[in-house]
Design a protein around this ligand. Structure first.
Ligand SMILES: Cc1ncc(COP(=O)(O)O)c(C=O)c1O
Length: 341
């Protein structure tokens, strides 16, 4: 298959339309068969529930070209499960999890020419999403929904690639209120836009959000979970039911324990103890593992010993092992890799 003429090495994290997207509609209590379409535009009634009450949920995953030339995706069953949980929390119908995986495979296959080659540093980002589509004026869920999957080739999430970033502790909350932080709903991201822009205006790459009840515990950033490494090489990651249960983080915990023989603690992490860690990184599908060199907490600065030039040594091992599994250089645990073709 001939690849598109794209300079894969220079693309950032933006939207480049591809040839096909998947669409399925929910009406009269059931999903239709679903199909691929070439039309990137969605036309909806002005009063569609998604516009008025932000009834929309989404997922984010990637397709990779492996060392031996296959196209694969990583643990899509977990994205299916998380989308179903997000949908339930917003009173939306669940798109069946097996159909989700099939639709993802079908959409990636149709856009094979846009899956960046092995070693290019780019991947195909896959964005399944779903929204309430019929007019609703009283505050209630829609009766009709559309499930779609779009794909777009992407490069690194943070400018500068693997260089450590600087984040700040913010007084804003990441998610919309009422305990919705553990789902991937558009409203949570809309609520984070001001905090992100404010951080950028002040020269920071991202925000560290704290728990809203006590403002003493580390939660996550706008688009990734935290991973810390202690001075005696234990991997520590915050436990909280208001952060997004990152598939990357769950995978890294397994990799740390079973591939690298490291001790892992998933527990509450207090802001006060962050200064004692040796390494810090952000993990997620988009971020992969982005090293954090510095955290600014109002008038205090925490500089990690790994510095602003390179990833810390344990972060690097985690990064190499996870990306090695995703790109087919290292044998994956059973069920982690779904081969597209
Ligand atoms: C708020 C937030 N936290 C964490 C993550 C990482 O989750 P995952 O590893 O499943 O991509 C994301 C996702 O992209 C996110 O938006």
């Amino acid at each position: 298959m001939e690849k598109k003429n794209i300079d894969w090495g220079s693309i950032g994290f933006g939207y480049i339309p591809t040839d096909y997207r998947y669409v399925a509609n929910f009406k009269d209590g059931k999903w239709d068969e679903g199909q691929l379409t070439t039309d990137p535009n969605v036309t909806l009634n002005e009063c569609a529930c998604v516009f008025q009450y932000a009834q929309t949920v989404f997922e984010g995953m990637k397709a990779y070209t492996t060392e031996d030339g296959h196209i694969v995706t990583f643990r899509p069953d977990l994205n299916a499960e998380r989308l179903a949980n997000s949908a339930r929390r917003l009173e939306m119908p669940v798109f069946p999890e097996d159909r989700f995986v099939e639709a993802v495979v079908q959409t990636i296959k149709a856009n094979e020419a846009y899956v960046p080659p092995y070693g290019s540093g780019a991947t195909l980002y896959v964005r399944p999403y779903m929204f309430g589509s019929n007019p609703v004026i009283g505050v209630k869920p829609a009766d009709e929904y559309q499930f779609r999957i779009l794909t777009t080739p992407v490069g690194p999430y943070f400018k500068g690639g693997a260089k450590p970033i600087t984040i700040r502790v913010t007084d804003f909350d990441r998610a919309a209120p009422h305990g919705t932080g553990h789902i991937k709903a558009g409203l949570n991201y809309a609520m984070s836009l001001h905090a992100i822009m404010d951080a950028h205006r002040q020269g920071y790459d991202e925000n560290m959000y704290l728990d809203s009840a006590t403002r003493t515990k580390v939660e996550e950033t706008g688009g990734a979970n935290f991973i810390f490494v202690t001075k005696d090489n234990t991997v520590v990651t915050p436990k909280s039911n208001s952060i997004l249960p990152s598939i990357t983080r769950r995978s890294l915990i397994y990799v740390a324990e079973h591939y690298l023989g490291l001790k892992v603690e998933e527990r509450e992490v207090y802001l006060d103890e962050v200064k004692d860690f040796a390494e810090c990184g952000l993990c997620g599908t988009a971020a992969v593992i982005s090293p954090v060199g510095k955290i600014v907490d109002h008038d205090k600065e925490i500089c990690f010993p790994s510095g602003m030039e390179e990833m810390g040594p344990t972060t690097k091992k985690l990064y190499e092992t996870l990306t090695g599994i995703q790109m087919g250089r290292i044998e994956a645990p059973e069920g982690w890799i779904k081969v597209i073709e």
